[in-house]
Design a protein around this ligand. Structure first.
Ligand code: ATP
Ligand code: MG
Length: 402
């Protein structure tokens, strides 16, 4: 169980905490993923030592969330988050525990965790602690809330999104009672910040078996409480059936938007409601516009130039994975054949054009000339050299000279 190098590196921490007279365990995702023989990326450590006690055991610590009981320990050039066992009593706002109470027993701590498969702990001798039949659920590929699902979703509505996202990532089903709990409390998702919903939704949309999670997301009505999803049941269902592999997050959004009825002029509004960054919004809009024409037409030098290298390659791959085109074009090669990739590649700059036309100021005329010149060069109608461009400018715009 403890073979993974991340566990090996962290073992001395657990041992040190034990030597100081406390308990410490690996908990959560790292234990679950090890049992599933899936790769683990980070480890969480839980302890019955209070934050101040952890700080007195280790030399280098950082207070990262001390009010929640989390202390970061720097050890052998790695950093570890060590969290004190706690219970979370009441959640009046459905998202933040009103009070965090530190407790001394592992069993109490595991009770407040979301799902049985996430409520497993491992000590430094490799002994597994499983008070909620998490191993059985792992074996039966099932997401099941710890304790009463109704209470758990009422306490923290984000857990409903976590349930469907884990279902998609792990390819698991969701336990019937747990599903009922989601149906009953779906409306509480409205209380959760969009940013946090979005983190889970993006993990779900990129998940290996997303249909497993999205089916429940739709059936339980969770989707209704996500921005602009209410009218898009069909689109979301269709989206769930098409698996994209190895493409970055904006591609998944572009595919989703493509299937929705959202008017093209409202895409920004939709994506902004999900609080996506401007950069993401721009990338997604460009890719959707490519998908819109790609089924029926080919790449041209204007399109290659406008879309740019990265998004051209991604959109072509996306169109292919979505089945919009039968053959992928070697767009990388087409792009590389463009005589210029941006306006700054033009052999003649604004200052030089002004000098040539004996003008002291720039202005609208200059922008028009540059755009015209860009078109001519891009379409291989003039060569991109100073001589050819100068000659062309004098021929077409020489009359501007005073
Ligand atoms: P991932 O591999 O995606 O990081 P994870 O299980 O490690 O999965 P985290 O969000 O990192 O998920 O949380 C770590 C652990 O903390 C979980 O395994 C779970 O035990 C607990 N946890 C996280 N969020 C909640 C929550 N909203 N309610 C209850 N327990 C939670
Ligand atoms: Mg984690």
């Amino acid at each position: 169980m403890l073979q993974h190098e991340l566990f090996q590196q962290a073992l001395p921490l657990l041992e040190k905490i034990e030597q100081a007279g406390f308990e410490a365990y690996f908990v959560g995702g790292c234990v679950r993923d090890t049992l599933l023989k899936r790769p683990i990326s980070d480890i969480d450590i839980a302890t019955n030592a209070f934050p101040q006690e952890i700080k007195s055991i280790f030399k280098k610590t950082v207070d990262v969330g001390i009010e929640h009981g989390t202390v970061m320990v720097l050890y052998n050039n790695h950093s570890y988050e060590i969290t004190t066992f706690r219970t979370e009593t009441t959640y009046k706002d459905y998202r933040h525990p009103d009070t965090v109470t530190f407790v001394r027993s592992l069993e109490e701590d595991l009770k407040r965790r979301d799902f049985t498969i996430n409520a497993l702990a491992l000590d430094c001798r490799g002994k597994l602690y499983d008070f909620h039949h998490g191993q059985m659920d792992l074996q039966e590929k099932r997401i099941r809330a710890v304790g009463c699902s109704h209470e758990r979703f009422h306490e923290d509505a984000l857990r409903m999104m976590r349930a469907v996202r884990f279902a998609g990532q792990l390819g698991f089903g969701i336990d019937e009672q747990t599903k009922q709990g989601i149906s009953q409390h779906a409306h509480l998702l409205e209380k959760i910040a969009i940013e946090r919903i979005c983190v889970e939704w993006e993990k779900l949309m990129c998940a290996k078996e997303k249909a497993k999670g999205i089916d429940v997301f739709v059936d339980t009505g969770l989707y209704v409480y996500c921005p602009y999803f209410k009218e898009e049941e069909q689109a979301i269902k269709h989206f769930s059936t098409i698996q994209l592999s190895l493409l970055p997050v904006p591609c998944h959004w572009a595919m989703l938007v493509y299937y929705t009825q959202i008017k093209r002029e409202n895409i920004s509004q939709f994506l902004k409601a999900w609080k996506l960054s401007n950069d993401f919004v721009n990338q997604i809009k460009v890719m959707v516009s490519v998908l819109d024409w790609r089924e029926t037409s080919e790449w041209t030098c204007d399109r290659l130039f406008d879309v740019g290298e990265t998004l051209t390659c991604l959109s072509e791959e996306l169109a292919w994975q979505m089945g919009l085109i039968e053959h992928k074009q070697d767009v990388e090669q087409l792009y590389n054949q463009l005589p210029i990739k941006s306006v700054s590649d033009l052999a003649l700059g604004g200052q030089e054009i002004m000098a040539l036309l004996q003008q002291e100021r720039g202005g609208k005329y200059l922008g028009e000339i540059i755009e015209h010149m860009r078109q001519e060069v891009l379409h291989n109608r003039i060569k991109n050299t100073k001589e050819h461009l100068s000659e062309w400018i004098l021929e077409h715009y020489g009359h501007i000279r005073s």
